[in-house]
Design a protein around this ligand. Structure first.
Ligand code: SF4
Length: 328
């Protein structure tokens, strides 16, 4: 990566203590473990993995919505630079204007008792970003138009809208404060396939138009291939592979990435039946296996994998992988 990152994690870990049982110490969850990534300004960075891989927790830690246990998140947009671990109250309020989240479920994310105008306007009011009602209305109309919402419908309530339209309302609400960094967490997963492409194209055009930087969290690699320029793959809280999208899709090196890619449905009849089925479930983060965390499901694991955890190594330009056998 040549540009100075807008946001970067440095050996970031997020650990949680669960409530203790009657016997023994309280279980300890390593939701994110020693993750370092860099996201260049204006890029669309994909974060993929199965449910329980830690991708949502990582995204939330980058918004300071999950606790940082060790390591740090560094943000620098040219106007301010923050260490998220050490943010004071005033700086955190300022950071909230610069970094926003688009939720997964457009049905649960919008208050049914507020009009669309009020839903979009709320962040401006809470953050004190507009002086008058006229100023708020003008900003709401501007951002609604960018999100392809009909301004005549701003007085309506969310129930009057389809899933795709509701997600566009959520996007407008996330954008109204003028953020630089957006975390989109499974933002199209709850939508019909026909609507997904529409919302993805909107996100991509807004990103280019407004020069935004996206962390796009998804379990769906075909969606990631469509919009992202760089991808990171997580497994059990660890980063196992990261690469420019084209390099990752044309030459995956980690057995987990290969399995995820092989499971993408193909229109080519010759490719059908070639999916590498991942056996078993992702292990519990309270009791991860020793050595490589993927060794319990890896089809090519060797004895070394059961005792020694592989570290991320450079495997090409912008390409890193954590596997003892990646070069074989
Ligand atoms: Fe599989 Fe071993 Fe590589 Fe882990 S280190 S992914 S177990 S081959």
């Amino acid at each position: 990566m040549t540009l100075t990152p807008l946001i970067a994690t440095r050996n970031l870990s997020v650990h949680y203590h669960l409530r203790g049982g009657i016997v023994g110490p309280a279980p300890f969850v390593r939701a994110v473990e020693d993750v370092s990534i860099e996201i260049a300004p204006g890029s669309f960075f994909g974060l993929v993995g199965e449910s329980g891989s830690g991708k949502t927790t990582l995204g939330r830690a980058m918004l300071r919505a999950a606790p940082i246990s060790t390591g740090d998140v560094l943000f620098d947009d040219g106007e301010v630079d923050y260490s998220l671990k050490n943010l004071g109250k005033k700086e955190l309020k300022d950071y909230r204007k610069r970094a926003q989240l688009i939720f997964q479920d457009p049905y649960a994310a919008l208050s049914p008792r507020m009009t669309v105008r009020d839903i979009i306007a709320e962040p401006l009011e809470v953050m004190g970003l507009a002086q008058s009602r006229e100023e708020i209305d003008a900003r709401v109309r501007e951002i609604a138009t960018k999100c392809r919402l009909n301004v005549e419908h701003l007085r309506r309530f969310p129930h009057a809208f389809s899933g795709g339209q509701r997600q566009r309302i959520s996007i407008a609400r996330a954008l109204v404060s003028g953020p630089k960094f957006i975390v989109a967490d499974e933002s199209v997963a709850a939508l019909d396939v026909s609507i997904q492409a529409d919302v993805l194209n909107l996100l991509k055009s807004i990103q280019e138009d407004m020069g935004l930087t996206f962390l796009f969290i998804s379990h769906d690699l075909s969606v990631v291939a469509h919009v992202c320029d760089h991808v990171a793959v997580m497994y059990l809280g660890r980063l196992v592979e990261t690469a420019p999208t084209r390099a990752l899709f044309s030459g995956p090196l980690h057995p987990y990435t290969k399995a995820l890619l092989s499971a993408i449905p193909s229109l080519d009849p010759d490719d059908r039946g070639k999916a590498q089925k991942l056996e078993g479930e992702i292990p519990s983060p309270t009791n991860p296996p020793p050595g490589c965390k993927f060794q319990t499901r890896c089809p090519v694991a060797i004895d070394r994998c059961r005792v020694e955890e592989p570290q991320l190594e450079s495997a090409g330009v912008g390409h890193k992988v954590a596997c003892h056998l990646w070069h074989e």
